[in-house]
Design a binder for this molecule. Structure first.
Ligand code: PLP
Length: 379
């Protein structure tokens, strides 16, 4: 099997699995006052320290959530009620994950004025457009750190410099950055930052929102006032302590392996460009996270190619994974203004530390044959 769909979800790290198995019998509620409850609370506190260590913040700035989608919703919907009168403008980009874009569309219906920044062919946002649209009316700017489909890394530093003169909240969706590129919230003026555990070798159903001390934000869920009253509900204990372990590993070990991943990614990329005609690597002109390779194979339908490869036990994606399984042409590639043929023929290979060079060699054997077969199939 060759699993190259790590931007959709990544395998559990063996160390995290072992840690989980050792703690599975713990059931006391971390909010209970007795000793067992306090023991659970201590483990949650350790996880909070580990996530803070990964992100370069302090533990009190970490709010546990159920994942990237909830963190993005909390960041946007939680901050808007704190907007001063007259600040009713939000800026985001056209290439965000649906958990941001659909939340923005919801806000639009509530009367917020939203600017969707266009991107260039490279996948990078138009910063002149940002400079021209930001004003004293702007309350929130929400952009992703790395794009889930192309791996393109957005210029967070340059964006920060543009925002400096304004009184805005800056939210960054860093879901695809963790464990793939070093990141420290203290190096940038980031107020809110989203992460999701299953993208860095932990379980689905946990994530966090970094909330910089002093950031105006309110709860979107009412209840028992857990997580500094920003996310009520009994904490998803096992998922969270697993995410803590994975955060520690991401910081101390995964990042060291990124050079190897980048070499494998580039090796496959060069092979495709030199051996399979009519291919384009999307996002190649921009800085990209090391594990992502998005390629259009002209003349082939991306979803058909994904299905065919899957029959050979090679697992890749056509655009982003979505709940319905329905395949819409990628809004990211559309925003990059690609020709239609290149949009519908794109697939994404996303690597992890568990891939091997041998797998890439096997894929080099298989891929040209599969692409050739599909290109020569009668209509
Ligand atoms: N943001 C980005 C950039 C993502 O890639 C994803 C998931 O693919 C999410 C948010 C949503 O994360 P989750 O699956 O944890 O809800």
């Amino acid at each position: 099997m060759i699993y190259l769909d790590n931007n959709a979800s990544s395998p559990l790290a063996p160390q995290v699995k072992q840690f989980l198995l050792e703690h599975l019998d713990i059931y006391a509620n971390p909010s209970s006052f007795h000793t067992l409850g306090k023991n659970s609370r201590q483990l949650l506190d350790v996880a909070r320290e580990q996530v803070a260590y990964l992100l370069g913040g302090s533990p009190r700035e970490i709010i546990f959530t159920s994942g990237g989608t909830e963190s993005n919703n909390l960041a946007i919907l939680g901050s808007l009620p704190c907007a001063p009168k007259g600040q009713n403008h939000i800026i985001t980009t056209k290439v965000e994950h649906p958990s941001v874009l659909n939340t923005m569309r919801y806000c639009e219906k509530q009367g917020w004025d939203i600017t969707y920044l266009p991107v260039c062919k490279s996948g990078l946002p138009d910063l002149d457009y940002l400079t021209n649209s930001i004003s004293s009316r702007t309350f929130l700017v929400s952009v992703m750190y790395a794009n889930n489909e192309t791996g393109v890394i957005l210029p967070i530093d340059e964006i920060t410099r543009i925002l400096e003169k304004y009184n805005v909240i800056f939210h960054v969706d860093a879901t695809q950055m963790i464990g793939r590129q070093p990141l420290s919230v203290s190096d940038h003026s980031i107020d809110l930052l989203t992460i999701s555990a299953h993208k860095f070798h932990s379980l689905k159903g946990a994530g966090a929102l970094y909330v910089k001390d002093g950031t105006r934000i309110s709860s979107t869920v009412q209840g028992g006032k857990q997580e500094r009253n920003l996310r009520s509900g009994t904490e998803n204990f096992h998922n969270i302590i697993a995410m803590g372990q994975a955060s520690y590993l991401a910081k101390t070990s995964f990042l060291d392996k990124m050079d190897k991943i980048e070499q494998m990614r580039n090796h496959l990329q060069n092979f495709i460009l030199h051996n399979i005609p009519q291919c384009v690597v999307n996002g190649i002109r921009a800085p990209r996270i090391a594990n992502t390779l998005n390629v259009s194979f002209r003349g082939v339908l991306g979803d058909v190619l994904v299905r065919e490869l899957s029959q050979h036990n090679v697992y890749v994606s056509h655009g982003a994974a979505c709940s319905s399984g329905a395949r819409e042409p990628s809004h990211v590639l559309k925003a990059m203004n690609l020709e239609w043929d290149f949009i519908t023929s794109a697939i994404r290979f996303s690597f992890s530390i568990y891939n091997t060079q041998q797998q890439i060699e096997d894929l080099k054997e298989l891929l040209p044959k599969v692409v050739d077969k599909l290109r020569n199939m009668p209509e």
